[in-house]
Design a protein around this ligand. Structure first.
Ligand code: SF4
Ligand code: SF4
Length: 349
């Protein structure tokens, strides 16, 4: 019988607790069970048949999946994989949230994907000479189509194909691990060569399945082009700009210096104290755990407000949506914009 969890990954944890201060749900509650170490203890109990799997349900839903526990772990525990396995066990049948079922329906069906692209002015289909393909993303194409247009404008060497499905990150993070891998492999076949993505979460999932050499996230790709950027001027001064890291890009792929390098050219870069901390979007979390999601983001909103930034740049659509919503609610005027759009703005005459 297949084990519920990868035993080698469970075995790595030495219960040192270094991950506790980095974990947003532990910081919110102070409960050991809501920490990475506590959740791993629960997983071990389930693996050894000392606890029924259903007892993991509440913690598998409360965990953001931000992977902030990974870079601080001295034993190299791949907590993100363990969480995916935990949700695969718990988010099944009637325990799968209705919203998740709805999201799967949209990206799993031709009609759903068609509807996402309907009246959404994404970058136009084109075939370039290079083997470099722009990935539109599922919800980014619907919510923020201007991001793909910005990349297409900046890079004529990028091919844009409308015939592309979901990368499977949504499935892998929401209880359908195998389907998530299957979709990533299918997208890898549809878009041969290098896949360029503007979504940190998609970049991390895709590269974990089809290989890092096949995937480039926008900021890591742009810095390699070594193009000098003009600063953006507003009211006679360089813009004040901050960054919201993408959790999976930073904690899963180690990409965080690249977007900062770009932003330092575009204006006066200000590091938000909690830039590396999760914004509470966390994939479907902002929809499923609204109250907790807002608790997680609240301090960040105060920090952004105090810094009086012109822009906050993002590298993942979920973060864009979360910050737009919460800054608007708090009546903060800082504009949220994807990094690619800000680069495109600097190129305008
Ligand atoms: S830091 Fe790593 S090894 Fe230590 S308790 Fe956390 S997950 Fe386990
Ligand atoms: S993924 Fe984030 S919320 Fe979940 S245990 Fe790790 S640090 Fe805590």
């Amino acid at each position: 019988m297949r084990e519920k969890f990868s035993q080698d990954k469970l075995d790595r944890c030495i219960s040192c607790g270094y991950c506790l201060p980095a974990c947003p749900t532990y910081k919110l509650t102070g409960n050991e069970e809501s920490s990475p170490r506590g959740r791993i203890t629960l997983m071990r109990a389930v693996q050894n048949d000392k606890l029924p799997a259903i007892d993991l349900l509440s913690e598998s839903s409360f965990c953001l999946g931000c992977r902030a526990c990974e870079p601080v772990c001295p034993a190299g525990v791949e907590y993100g994989v363990l969480l995916e396995e935990m949700r695969e066990i718990t988010w099944q049948g009637k325990n799968r949230p209705l919203i998740v079922r709805g999201l799967f329906f949209i990206v799993d069906t031709k009609i759903g994907m068609w509807a996402l692209g309907l009246f959404s002015p994404i970058a136009r289909k084109r075939k370039a000479q290079n083997d470099l393909h722009l990935m539109y993303g599922c919800f980014e194409r619907r919510l923020f189509p201007s991001v793909s247009r910005a990349v297409a404008k900046l890079a004529p060497e990028v091919s844009c194909s409308s015939d592309q499905g979901c990368c499977g990150a949504l499935h892998a993070h929401n209880g359908e691990l195998e389907k998530g891998k299957e979709l990533a492999r299918a997208l890898g076949e549809k878009l041969p060569g290098t896949i360029l993505t503007t979504a940190g979460g998609c970049a991390a999932h895709l590269s974990s399945v089809i290989g890092k050499d096949r995937v480039q996230e926008f900021s890591e790709w742009w810095v390699k082009r070594e193009i000098t950027l003009k600063p953006i001027i507003k009211k006679g001064k360089k813009i004040r700009v901050g960054l919201q890291d993408s959790c999976h890009l930073r904690n899963g792929m180690g990409v965080f210096a690249e977007p900062r390098t770009i932003l330092k050219e575009l204006g006066h870069y200000v590091e938000i104290p909690g830039a590396a901390d999760c914004c509470g979007a966390a994939g479907s979390y902002a929809l499923l755990q609204k109250k907790n999601s807002r608790k997680v983001v609240s301090q960040k909103i105060e920090e952004i407000k105090a810094l009086e930034l012109d822009y906050i740049a993002t590298v993942n659509p979920g973060c864009t949506r979360q910050l737009v919503t919460e800054l608007r609610r708090a009546r903060v005027k800082t504009k949220v914009i994807h990094l690619a759009e800000l680069v495109a703005l600097s190129q305008e005459k």
